[in-house]
Design a protein. Structure first.
Length: 76
């Protein structure tokens, strides 16, 4: 896996892969461009570090800025 903006994210790839399989494909999402994007973009970089363990959870999360990032299925 290549770096995203210079940040190596291989250590979270398996989590993104599980998210794509379990949350997106299992719900019928088949658009390859969307699936590839969701597999590539490191969601954990968009939330506070202390929430990192929940980055690929099937639900919305706080961005730490008074906003939320929607659950992965909604984003996709």
């Amino acid at each position: 896996m290549e770096d995203f903006n210079g940040i190596n994210n291989d250590n979270r790839f398996s989590e993104r892969e599980a998210m794509v399989e379990e949350q997106l494909k299992s719900r019928g999402l088949i658009n390859e461009a969307v699936l590839t994007s969701m597999l590539t973009v490191p969601r954990h970089l968009f939330i506070p570090e202390e929430q990192g363990d929940f980055a690929y959870y099937d639900g919305p999360l706080s961005t730490g800025e008074g906003q939320t990032i929607s659950q992965p299925y909604i984003v996709a």
